[in-house]
Design a protein around this ligand. Structure first.
Ligand code: ATP
Length: 272
């Protein structure tokens, strides 16, 4: 990116968090820490509680117990817009953009939320000059995300890969300190997935972000995650480096639903 914005990457601490849906413990005493400036993946089989965790982190779901701390400040129980004001942005599993608005306008929406948040308080009541500054920054982020060529097109006309990158870029437009991505490469082909994975890494490096993401594509997870938390049945199975996770017997058993047998090629393939 040509223009820079200095943000301090946030530390995230999840402390003994439980989320309960009519008796079902979708998250059961989940704890882990994400160090500032790292990329942290959350993986696990279907129904493990991954999306529930992201919804709890971003204030969409109320936690039954436990604490969520961003840079040592508690955000547990805050509404999503309040969590966003603490520098937390997220994308969703299903693409959420305004189909009739242009790519540029969709990105500017992310920006306007930022200006109202107080993070960029000087931008309140945008004058022409300020508007130009924001638009320049948005164009810069769009270029970084490979969207410069589609800025004037309605989002509805974009290819699927461009839409996924639009969601990612819109989250970046909020200048987050903690970026939460729910299945960022879902539905993408191999080349598109590799490109988005590269963008996530590059954004972390260029903007000094902390990234937490849920992803089923183990190739992407293993290639960009510094650490991985594995969930199953709402509990943490293990937490560690990709190498640690890849070899952990309980991870292999969680994915297969059966105790591990050494040298299991099917599991190795899924976790490679
Ligand atoms: N709003 C809800 N109301 C009731 N139950 C829910 C709700 N959201 C999630 N659950 C349940 O909580 C459990 C965890 O679901 P969650 O969607 O978090 O899993 P996941 O790991 O994200 O799965 P997937 O990989 O399939 O997206 C599941 O049993 C699910 O049915």
């Amino acid at each position: 990116m040509t223009t820079t914005q200095t943000q301090t990457a946030a530390e995230l601490r999840v402390e003994d968090v439980s989320v309960v849906f009519s008796g079902l413990r979708a998250l059961d005493g989940v704890s882990f820490t994400v160090r500032p400036g790292t990329i942290h993946a959350v993986i696990g089989p279907n129904g493990a509680g991954k999306t529930t965790l992201l919804n709890a982190l971003s204030g969409i779901y109320r936690v039954a117990s436990g604490r969520i701390m961003v840079d040592g400040q508690e955000v547990t129980g805050l509404r999503p817009d309040r969590v966003a004001r603490r520098g937390v942005a997220r994308t969703f599993q299903n693409i959420v953009v305004s189909p009739v608005e242009s790519t540029l306008d969709n990105l500017m929406v992310g920006r306007h939320r930022l200006t109202r948040s107080g993070i960029a308080a000087t931008a309140l009541g945008l004058g022409r000059g300020e508007q130009r500054v924001h638009e320049a920054r948005v164009r810069d982020i769009a270029e970084f995300a490979g969207l410069s060529g589609v800025l004037d097109r309605p989002a509805a006309s974009l290819a699927y890969g461009d839409l996924k990158r639009l969601e990612f870029a819109r989250a970046l437009c909020l200048e987050p300190r903690l970026l939460i991505l729910d299945e960022p490469v879902a539905g993408m082909n191999t080349a598109e997935s590799a490109e988005l994975a590269r963008l996530v890494s590059a954004a972390r490096d260029a903007l000094g972000l902390t990234v937490v993401f849920v992803e089923h594509d183990m190739g992407v997870v293993m290639s960009i995650a510094d650490r991985i938390t594995v969930l199953d049945f709402g509990k943490v199975v293990t937490d560690g480096t990709p190498e640690h996770v890849r070899q952990h017997p309980d991870v292999i058993s969680a994915y297969l639903g059966a105790p591990m047998e050494s040298g299991n090629d099917q599991v190795a393939e899924r976790l490679s």
